[in-house]
Design a protein around this ligand. Structure first.
Ligand code: PLP
Length: 367
């Protein structure tokens, strides 16, 4: 049963019935261990297709944050240099996490409503700082923006930076990530966004270069990536395998791939375009600046000055619509419609827009 009939939170998204059924399957019977590996490999291969990579994809039990953290923790030693491209909550957060490991961090920072359209500051920073890793966030979910990965990949290759790290938590499956074409060494995703699965299955695509770094750092903590390197041979998961989660992630990946990935990308793009136009038509302001690249998976909107976020949220929920607030310095100022995965659906969006127009009707454009 749905708690809210019109779910538009930018993750965790509504889990479709067919995925819930897979999730509820009982895997407790003895003798099933062997087939876990079939499931794991099938899921890995589907994630490789979604990320457009031949790199190994590791599936870890945990949130997207775990993937972000563990990739830093397993690839960096104290004193290693990291250049963090930050355009929002997660970009700045990744820089902080790298610092907490003892990395020396330089940030190319932009405002939250901007995207990285000009690579020259990054190029200059790489020249000056000679980093071991560049970090970036593909879709900054709290801002509804999309940063280009291809330019960063080309720059990394041309300037000889060893590693490109990309948070693809809210983009993978909803928009092309093209890990290999963009030379992304560490692409970090989560199950609960465009894959439409329950939360807490993280996935990490890891290039050969990144595996070399993992060996160099030789980190062996609970969250280490190293044990996953030879998992095919050892067939030993570092902890209890999360069958239900992997099965649901596999089903989510299959659902995306069935009509072809392009279908998913086009659907997300056209729904997002429609959503942005409707928002502007009802007199609300989009959050990303006109120069920024908006994300096809989430639309961020400024909270009208005459209707505080808590009241807006309350009135929307009363009518069955639940949207996302935002985080950090955007809290209370921005709300978001998540049209990703199962929620990239025209009929659902129409319902959401009808409720939204009804609730904000008459509040008018603020500026
Ligand atoms: N990165 C981005 C861009 C996100 O939007 C999120 C979650 O919303 C995360 C990372 C963290 O994922 P999780 O909430 O699964 O830890």
């Amino acid at each position: 049963m749905d708690v809210y009939p019109i779910p538009m939170v930018p993750g965790p998204v509504k889990v479709p019935e067919e995925i819930l059924r897979v999730y509820q399957t009982n895997y407790g019977a003895p003798g099933l261990e062997a087939s876990f590996w079939d499931l794991y490999h099938e899921t890995e291969s589907r994630l490789q297709q979604i990320l457009e990579t031949r790199n190994r994809v590791v599936i870890q039990t945990g949130e997207g944050m775990l993937a972000l953290w563990t990739a830093l923790r397993s690839c960096l030693k104290p004193g290693d240099r990291v250049l963090s491209v930050a355009t929002g909550v997660f970009g700045y957060g990744i820089a902080d996490m790298a610092r907490s490991i003892g990395a020396e961090v330089m940030t190319v920072g932009l405002e939250y409503h901007e995207t990285l359209n000009d690579l020259r500051p990054v190029e200059k920073a790489v020249e000056e700082f000679n980093p071991r890793m560049i970090t970036a966030v593909h879709c900054e979910t709290p801002s509804g923006t999309l940063n280009p990965l291809d330019g960063l990949g080309k720059l990394k290759e041309a300037m000889g930076v060893p590693l490109l790290y990309a948070d693809v938590v809210s983009s993978a499956g909803g928009t092309p990530v093209r890990v290999d074409a963009c030379h992304v060494d560490l692409a970090l995703g989560g199950s609960q966004k465009c894959l439409s699965a329950p939360p807490c299955m993280a996935f990490l695509s890891i290039s050969d270069r990144a595996w070399e770094e993992i060996e160099r750092v030789d980190y062996n903590g609970y969250d280490a990536l190293k044990p996953f390197r030879r998992i095919e041979e050892t067939r030993r998961f570092p902890y209890t395998p999360y069958w239900h989660g992997v099965a649901a992630l596999n089903a989510g990946a299959a659902l995306l791939l069935a009509p072809g990935l392009d279908e998913s990308f086009n659907r997300h793009e056209s729904i997002a375009r429609h959503c942005r136009k409707a928002i502007v038509d009802m007199g609300l302001d989009l959050f990303p600046s006109p120069q920024a690249v908006p994300s096809p998976t989430v639309t961020a909107v400024r909270v009208p000055e005459t209707l505080p976020w808590e009241e807006l949220d309350r009135r929307l929920r009363q009518k069955g619509l639940v949207v996302g607030g935002s985080h950090g310095k955007l809290a209370g100022k921005v709300f978001r419609l998540g049209h990703m995965g199962s929620q990239a659906d025209t009929a659902l969006l129409e319902k959401a827009l009808t409720v939204l127009a009804d609730v904000v009707g008459g509040t008018g454009r603020q500026r």
